[in-house]
Design a protein around this ligand. Sequence first.
Ligand code: GLY
Length: 533
Amino acid sequence: MADHAMVVSAHPMATAIGVAVLRDGGNAVDAAVAVHWALAVTSPWAGNIGGGGFLVLRQADGRSLALDFRETAPAAATHDMFIGKDGRADPDISELGALSCGVPGSVAGLFALHDSLGRLPMARLIQPAIELARHGCVLSPLEAKDLNGCLRKLRLYSSRPNAFTAKDRWQVGDTLFQPELANTLERIRDLGPDGFYRGETARAIVAEMDRTGGLISAQDLAGYTPVWRPVVKGRYRDTEVISMPPPSSGGVLLLQMLEGMEGMDVRRSGWQTAPTIHRMVEVERRAFADRSVHFGDPCFTEVPVAGLLSDQYIAERLADFDPERATPSTRILAGEPPVEHEQTTHISIVDAEGNAVSCTTTLNGMYGSGVVVGGAGFVLNNEMDDFSAAPGVPNNYGLTGGEANSVAPGKRMLSSMAPTILERNGELFMVLGSPGGSTIPTSVFQVILNVVDHGMGMQQAVNAPRFHHQWLPDTIQAEVGSIAKQDSLRLVHMGHHFKARRPLGRVDAVLVRPDGKLEGGADPRGEDHARGY
Ligand code: GLY
């Protein structure tokens, strides 16, 4: 709980760095930039300079904008590059190694963000990350376990020894020193985006691609540009929901799902009861069916956002909703709206002036492609797997897609990230988002319902167990203990299928309470940390 400002991120050191920036006179943008640089060091499984992300910004005066720093396909990428000799999509090459790497967007994104509203000098914001990389970070139990779990891929797909492969087995309490990453961050500090997209770092990336058979070229790097986009907006009950537009599907799916819940008195039907879950699953499966057909990079395909979000369309989509029976996903196709491995990390920040930043950034899989840029010390993403390798072939998250999300040079791959901000009565109300690939929109959806309908506080809403449905596979994936036995039995009788699964999402969030205090919600599914002043 804090009176003035709050930072919630996946790592206590990154959170502390963000709070120090705010105390130093920085605003939410400065803090977000500093926290992102810090996470690239403290949390290299997802925090990154070799990946990309999305951000929603709401200024204290109510204006909002979205920043798209999603990776792009290299110019040499081709439509069928992930189809093997047998004519089938080959997940080994789309998920691992050099061909899975998109052109990174994070560094350009952070500079674009800082250029917009940043107050403190960039050197001040990046320096703490440089110190951490040089002086080392002590590994927690989860970090040691995850790093050990990824060592094989980091060895197999990187052409040079690197900080991560320095040991055969990492122990809790070991210090991870990243001197090459510190040098790369210093080049960025001194040269700006050119410290990454041109010169020594760019040469290291291209050399790594040459050694490992990747496609990213010097021209791809020099040509990368982040894009400011208008946010997508919708209402839920008495709140205004502001989220990320395509090329992420996350914001639109979230708004579709929330609109689909308007017809139900969720407060009365109760938290995690069979009727509530049934309705949530039915709106989720219809939204994800739309995702499989209508979504892609808006520069390459027309995404009918307004149609997908129109009240009439969503009502039509739910016209066959039966309160007593599950609709099998085989009976649900994408609608026809009127035309007009999962590792990601989220930051939610509110500053003392009321500016808010909601930022989700990713390498896609844990430690991304497994390719560490030789001599430059950072992991490259495996975001190319977010394209549809072939129509109907599921990616790492089990998501299918069609031509709208096929590979093409320079195209942004479809995402599910949903950095989101809510207003109530025109004032800032909540800032939230999550990692988790396809489970991002549904995790954010549930946390919003927990607060708006079920009256929970921020931490309680984040802690509450979650479930997920994404149309295909036609299964409710549920955290252990998330649904009481009598409710799951009733849902099975209604025709639903269940699968228990590991923790869903890792939501980091801030709530503005009625008394004006800020309540952080840091997800206990990770080692996330909220701190304010
Ligand atoms: N890489 C996960 C996503 O963008 O949805």
